[in-house]
Write a protein that binds this ligand. Structure first.
Ligand SMILES: Cc1cc2nc3c(=O)[nH]c(=O)nc-3n(C[C@H](O)[C@H](O)[C@H](O)COP(=O)(O)OP(=O)(O)OC[C@H]3O[C@@H](n4cnc5c(N)ncnc54)[C@H](O)[C@@H]3O)c2cc1C
Length: 508
């Protein structure tokens, strides 16, 4: 959708010349928000944004807000964050008590290892894992607990990506214990970002073909250049083809962190789907048969044990849970960022967003979101793997960590917790080497581009909305041959004040 917006805004392409093929019945991909107060709301994920999301903010600086079309979505986000400021007072909890995380707990060796990692090249790091680089104790520091749960890194993830994050978010180093640099959207990202973007695209005449799974792409060699020739897709069980002329362009989102996600309920655990029912990975595999330049999807989709975790959304009738959390953390909902339970075997974290979090959310209802990074471990209070737990059991485990014993029975009766298994959620963080991800526009190809989390963009970091929008800008400007570059990245590591503050955090 970001690409379509840039084709129109920067490329001057008429909206009705653009078609989006989406296999689901709803657009927006990972940026979802659905359900109801009666049956329970569902968020597979919740997004932290940052002022350095320059491409994302550029996109939303020309998309009118749904609630007030006189302002843009970007204006709305800025105004919201001026009013509701994040400053976590209870970033990490252990044994039902707030931990002091003002210091990072680094050893001198950790400091040296961090500095050295930032200095060496990506080629040098190659396919190393993070735990190939750091001593075991690094993974017990306050820094690791906060960085790891803020961005969802695991010790076995790519050292290259970790290094990119250190550079990319160096400006967040000094406030990682309060998350004061986090921007939020007024509502969940489906309501705040996706809905206005869809409306704007529809107003421009963009065609949305829903329930249309793209299955393959054919190429032909035209005067020495590789060109897309035909697109294959299935809609309503019918196989269809779109034939390309020399002027047609194709942008493909390859892979997806939310592919094959599945939901549980208050009484059932979600299933772990491993046989690729959604189209994103299948399509990438089909396309790679045509050229080694199109990357290696099996690097990212064949290690589910290293890429899965589980999230959950809780809908409460009433404000009791939120009131107890406010008393405990001294944070009003929306200002606390992330609360992590350090001694949780599942490494559980929760986020209480500003309410209402859904546009249609009734006043007496409250909604929050959480996740566990180790779903295969047995809980501390519920002696089962998180992946085998129903929503009620996940809620019980959470209330155990909070020591909200007296309120447990009431909260369990008045809440709906919907768990969600995400087999590929950190697939983009898995160890990789050059060539595993294709260039946005591969060499010698003129009418195809790869967008999303698995295309290669120098320096920027995956598991962000920003990365997807950056690939969209890159694809549109390159394919149209525009004299325009993607919005320049913010380089905190080139600002003396950022370096000074980061050094202070590192050394104290
Ligand atoms: C739990 C969670 C937490 C997150 N936290 C943050 C955060 O704090 N900050 C942040 O910036 N980002 C965060 N993200 C990441 C961010 O949401 C994603 O990076 C971004 O939304 C990816 O968007 P995308 O459109 O590139 O890909 P996707 O969201 O994967 O969308 C791809 C779309 O293409 C469709 N599709 C795929 N293959 C086919 C096919 N063959 N045919 C037809 N349609 C197809 C899919 O159905 C889907 O709708 C988080 C994501 C999750 C899930």
């Amino acid at each position: 959708m970001a690409s379509a917006a840039y084709f129109i805004k920067e490329g001057g392409i008429a909206g009705d010349h653009i078609t989006i093929y989406e296999e689901l019945e709803v657009a927006g991909g990972s940026l979802d928000g659905s359900g109801s107060a009666e049956k329970g709301y569902i968020l597979r994920g919740g997004r932290m944004l940052n002022f350095s999301y320059v491409c994302t903010y550029d996109l939303f600086s020309f998309i009118p807000s749904l609630t007030n079309p006189a302002v843009t979505v970007y204006d709305e986000i800025r105004a919201f964050n001026k009013k509701i400021k994040t400053h976590a007072n209870a970033r990490v909890i252990a044994d039902g008590k707030i931990e002091d995380v003002s210091l990072m707990d680094f050893s001198n060796q950790d400091r040296l290892d961090l500095i050295e990692m930032m200095a060496v090249s990506e080629e040098y790091l190659g396919s190393k894992r993070i735990d190939d680089w750091f001593e075991d104790d690094f993974f017990k520091t306050n820094f690791w607990y906060m960085w790891d749960t803020m961005f969802a890194f695991q010790p076995w993830h790519s050292a290259v990506e970790f290094k990119r994050y250190l550079h990319r978010f160096l400006h967040e180093f000094e406030r990682i214990n309060t998350l004061a640099g986090v921007d939020r959207t007024p509502y969940n990202q489906y309501d705040s970002l996706v809905k206005p973007l869809i409306k704007w695209l529809q107003d421009q005449g963009v065609n949305f073909k829903m329930g249309a799974e793209v299955t393959d792409v054919d190429f032909t060699n035209f005067r020495g250049t590789e060109m897309v020739d035909c697109l294959h897709y299935i809609q309503n069980k019918n196989k269809k083809e779109v034939h390309f002329s020399a002027n047609d362009l194709l942008l493909v989102t390859i892979g997806s962190m939310t592919a094959d996600s599945s939901l549980g309920s208050m009484s059932s655990a979600p299933k772990l789907i491993t046989d690729k029912t959604d189209g994103s990975w299948k399509l990438w595999h089909s396309i790679t048969k045509q050229s080694p330049l199109f990357g290696r999807p099996f690097i990212f989709d064949s290690r589910i044990d290293e890429s899965k975790w589980e999230s959950f959304t809780v809908t409460c009738q009433g404000t009791e849970f939120f009131d107890l959390m406010e008393q405990f953390t001294d944070n009003v909902a929306g200002t606390g960022g992330l609360v992590t339970f350090k001694d949780s075997n599942w490494l559980m974290s929760i986020v209480l967003p500003h309410q209402p979090h859904f546009i249609d959310q009734p006043k007496e209802v409250t909604v929050f979101w959480g996740y566990g990074l180790f779903p295969d471990n047995e809980g501390n209070y519920v002696k089962k793997q998180m992946s085998d737990c129903s929503g009620a059991e996940i809620m019980q485990e959470l209330l155990g960590h909070l020591h909200f014993d007296e309120a447990t029975e009431y909260l369990l009766k008045t809440s709906i917790c919907i768990p969600c298994m995400l087999p590929y959620i950190t697939s983009q963080f898995l160890t990789r080497v050059k060539g595993d991800r294709p260039q946005v526009v591969p060499e010698n190809y003129k009418n195809i581009a790869f967008i999303g989390q698995f295309a290669e963009v120098p320096e920027d970091v995956v598991f962000t909305v920003e990365y997807s929008v950056r690939t969209a800008q890159t694809a549109v400007y390159t394919l149209l041959g525009l004299d325009k570059k993607p919005t320049p990245m913010y380089h905190g590591d080139q600002h003396l004040s950022v370096l000074f503050d980061a050094a202070k955090t590192l050394l104290t």
